[in-house]
Design a protein around this ligand. Structure first.
Ligand code: TRP
Length: 327
């Protein structure tokens, strides 16, 4: 039997190149070896975007298309809409008894996000989303969660909850492990450490070839290199970081040309834009297909959710029995 993998995204907008290098690419590679579940976490999206439910609803299909267009095969990978899985909601409630408010408020990812969103006070739902994420991962007994570094505290909390829960109620919920993405975070095209929609520095998988060229042109290079004639320093260049992420085979060449003032930033950006467009071309083709077959996308999410519910309903029934939550 294949081991089960679960990972997910909050549908608060389209996915960008940071998602692609950090996560989507490896999802495609993992779908043969594992039974893969991709969760579209629309309830978790509400914890920060509860005032914009319509944006979340639209983004569900955008995120599904982002996943499908990079090459996730709906025959192999199950795409799930979180809000439609009642067993996740039930499990969240049961888990919440085993987590203290103190634990949650010390979670470093919660702290960073609260700061970034400018929350003076946190809602109960936001503070508690790691508990709900624990339910996301365990409702189907996922073994492995591929994540970026910021998600590690959540997986560790999940493991803690599961151990305590299994101990208390003699259940056999799988204690999941995380699989850290081997690629570091991709910075924004403006050089900001984080690529994000709110920061206005993101390149989207759905950007047109012209948008790619425009955004790459706006990218920050070695600011000390005021003339093409003086040597550049790739170590401080954002465009070079992108070459490393997307054009690794050309990097030795680019490094030597830059350091010897044999290539200017304009030409170097042109190389990058061409490379990005060649990577994005097949992705655009698939996107165009799915965008014109939106019913098929809805069907894929609905079938995936149905499959997940069959698993979740069976598991939660067993769990409730053990907990004496029965009539
Ligand atoms: N918190 C994740 C993020 O912000 C999204 C997510 C929700 C998730 N549920 C999950 C990731 C379960 C992995 C497993 O990207």
């Amino acid at each position: 039997m294949k081991k089960r993998i679960l990972t997910g995204d909050r549908p608060t907008g389209r996915l960008h190149l940071g998602h692609y290098v950090g996560s989507l690419k490896s999802r495609v590679e993992l779908q043969d070896e594992f039974e893969e579940f991709i969760l579209i976490a629309d309830v978790q999206a509400l914890t920060t975007h509860f005032e914009h439910p319509e944006l979340i609803h639209d983004s569900i299909y955008q995120v599904a298309i982002d996943n499908l267009s990079v090459g996730l095969d709906p025959e192999k990978t199950t795409i799930i809409q979180q809000s439609m899985i009642p067993s996740i909601a039930e499990l969240t409630m049961f888990y919440s008894m085993l987590v203290t408010v103190n634990q949650l408020s010390h979670n470093p990812t919660i702290k960073t996000e609260a700061k970034n969103y400018g929350y003076k006070e946190m809602t109960y739902g936001f503070l508690g989303y790691p508990v709900s994420q624990s339910a996301d991962i365990t409702f189907c007994n996922a073994h492995l969660v591929p994540v970026g570094e910021d998600q590690i505290p959540h997986i560790e909390m999940t493991r803690k909850i599961v151990r305590k829960f299994n101990d208390l109620y003699h259940t056999e919920i799988v204690e999941p492990e995380y699989k850290l993405s081997s690629v570091g975070r991709l910075c924004g095209i403006d050089g900001n450490a984080k690529m994000g929609k709110s920061l206005g520095n993101a390149i989207y998988l759905s950007d047109s070839p012209e948008e790619i060229v425009r955004k790459v042109k706006s990218g920050v290079t070695d600011t000390n290199r005021i003339s093409v004639k003086i040597p550049g320093n790739p170590d401080v260049c954002t465009i070079y970081k992108y070459h490393q992420a997307f054009n690794a085979e050309e990097c030795p060449n680019i490094t030597s040309m830059c350091k010897n003032a044999q290539i200017g930033c304009v030409a170097c950006k042109k190389l990058l834009a061409e490379k990005l467009n060649s990577i994005l071309e097949p992705i655009r083709e698939k996107r165009a297909y799915y965008e014109s077959h939106i019913d098929e996308v809805k069907q894929i999410v609905s079938e995936g959710t149905k499959k997940a519910n069959a698993i979740g309903n069976e598991n939660i029934a067993k769990i409730k029995e053990k907990m004496h939550v029965v009539m």
